[in-house]
Design a protein around this ligand. Sequence first.
Ligand code: SF4
Ligand code: SF4
Length: 404
Amino acid sequence: MKGDMYIACSSEKEIIEKAEHGGAITSLLKFALKSGRVDSVLAIKARGGDRYDGIPFLITNPEELVETAGSLHCSSVNIPRFLKEYLDGAASQKIAVTVKPCDAKAIIELAKRGQITLDNLLLIGVNCTGTLLPTKAKKMMEEEFGVDPADVIAEDIEDNKLILRLNNGTEKELELATLEQKGYGRRENCRRCTSNIPTMADIAGGKWGTTDRKSTFIEVFSDKGAELIRAAIKAEALDVDPPENEAIKTRRQKDEAASKLAYQWQQQDLAENNAMSNDEKFDYWFQQFGKCVKCYGCRDACPICYCKDCILEADRSLVPGGEVPPDDMFPLIRITHVMDSCVNCGQCQDACPMEIPLSRLIFMLNRELFDIFKYEPGTDMSQLPPLQSVTEEELTMESVEIAF
Ligand code: SF4
Ligand code: SF4
């Protein structure tokens, strides 16, 4: 049932050897596919074995699941967008999909907009305290850790340290805060993120609450998730034990510590902006927009942007074509379309060739809107995005001021 917790590991030797933390997630995915609960599994694998180039991988043969075992911290694959664009939003097949918290949130937002069929999805969540940009990560490994990125077989974040595991069996670690103050470490949006455990998925698994790197702590968040794990245990696909109270406590404390750090980053990221007058803020952000080359990368990457007939296209009258930078309406329209539902996934900022801090701006605006509407994107299917569902009461409010 919802709320059930397990310390779990795979019962398959091959998966245990290849996976991290006992391979419970890989085995659950394999069981879901083998038992016919889903038609396919959408997971991530390293393209050509390159750990810095993760790609979405759709699997229909359960024996291929082992290829996705292990985590790729230096890839942030746009799973929600891939589901929507290339898999028909799961309208015609049942899919089990591995999701970080921001992926799960974006999928829920897309489901609210009729772009994804949530009933056909089994969301297998993985705890996340952040991903790294691959090029920056490689540079950091060379310059800060003094290691060849090709020798790294795994990364881990534990007790505010970034740990690299090397192919010679050794480990190297450095303080995460020191690396991040130097501009390395996690992606900017990840540093700000307070959702470490994907509670909006059907189940979530992670290492917190385990001590031996040979098992995964799993929590169930839906009836669908509960049925899956019960059946997997019965079929002996998983070995499980109930967690000790101490393990539950440790997991909660680690979650709280990670969230506390994220709130500190939010304050730091926003402090500079908050120190500016309104005029200075407008000057700063319109200067940023002035760098835009209208490549549409942010729009095409954003999982919340879903209009098939986009009013930002050059043949539409709102933003004249043939101008770079585009008219100010271009960034303003895009921002206002997504700011109530932004899930802080950072895909827009990753895609921007001009390095405009888009996700920081939209995150700030989203938090302003949260203070007004109390709408937390991607958490509750029954809550509708506030800017698309204005109530009579809100219509009669005299004014709502949102400042950059
Ligand atoms: Fe993600 Fe950027 Fe879209 Fe927000 S605006 S959901 S950070 S891509
Ligand atoms: Fe402009 Fe950057 Fe968006 Fe491209 S990704 S359209 S440069 S803001």
